[in-house]
Design a binder for this molecule. Structure first.
Ligand code: SF4
Length: 213
């Protein structure tokens, strides 16, 4: 499909998704920028609900980068052990907290390069953090987003970097966040991995994979 045709289809898709998902706030619970950063780092390979359960105690004991930078790894591991890869995640959290204190005066950096220098924060996580904290544009490529884009025929790519570039080129910057968040929700609600609910999907008449995904 030509880029121009793809662009106009995407406008229609975005319009419908915006109506379907008016609430685009973070599903992670946090009280300050550091806590969002930590929660996003913990959310790899697990659910937001599981992260929220674990961070109640985590943030009660270590609410900011300063306190977590001084934490004992074994104590952090104990608090987040219900999450997968908890040893690595504890190490990342403490390492990121130290870097935030040493290199960024205790503040979460906005710059993509600086954010992704923190252990446990890749490009996807950095885009989530930048979007929620500062409304900075960026395409947030996760498994739900990629699946929805491919089924809708907006890309064929499975490579996150390429996918991010391709969708960025189709959308004006001011729509990056809203499309990222609504497509993610769409992947969770209707366009599920194993059994998409095509008959109920608000995009059913414009989706090339209706019923065959
Ligand atoms: S019609 Fe089916 S495959 Fe297409 S976006 Fe909707 S749920 Fe996904």
């Amino acid at each position: 499909m030509s880029p121009k045709r793809n662009r106009s289809r995407l406008e229609e898709i975005l319009h419908r998704l915006e109506q379907e998902y008016p609430d685009r706030s973070s599903m992670l619970v946090y009280e300050n920028p550091f806590q969002l950063t930590a929660a996003v780092a913990l959310s790899a390979q697990t659910t937001d609900a599981a992260v929220n359960r674990a961070t109640v105690e985590l943030f009660r004991r270590w609410p900011d980068a300063l306190s977590l930078s001084q934490a004992e790894p074994v104590e952090v591991e104990d608090v987040i052990h219900s999450l997968g890869f908890f040893r690595q995640k504890a190490k990342n959290l403490i390492g990121a907290s130290r870097l935030i204190m040493e290199n960024f005066d205790g503040e979460i950096p906005r710059d993509m390069e600086h954010l992704t220098s923190l252990p446990g924060i890749g490009r996807k996580s950095a885009n989530v953090i930048r979007a929620h904290l500062w409304n900075l544009p960026g395409i947030i490529v996760d498994t739900h987003f990629g699946r929805v884009c491919r089924r809708l025929g907006l890309t064929e790519s499975k490579d996150p970097t390429k996918l991010e570039r391709e969708i960025s080129a189709l959308l004006p910057e001011e729509d990056h966040i809203v499309f990222s968040m609504t497509a993610n929700r769409h992947g969770r609600k209707y366009c599920k991995s194993r059994k998409p609910e095509c008959p109920d999907c608000p995009l059913e008449d414009i989706c090339p994979k209706y019923g065959v995904a």
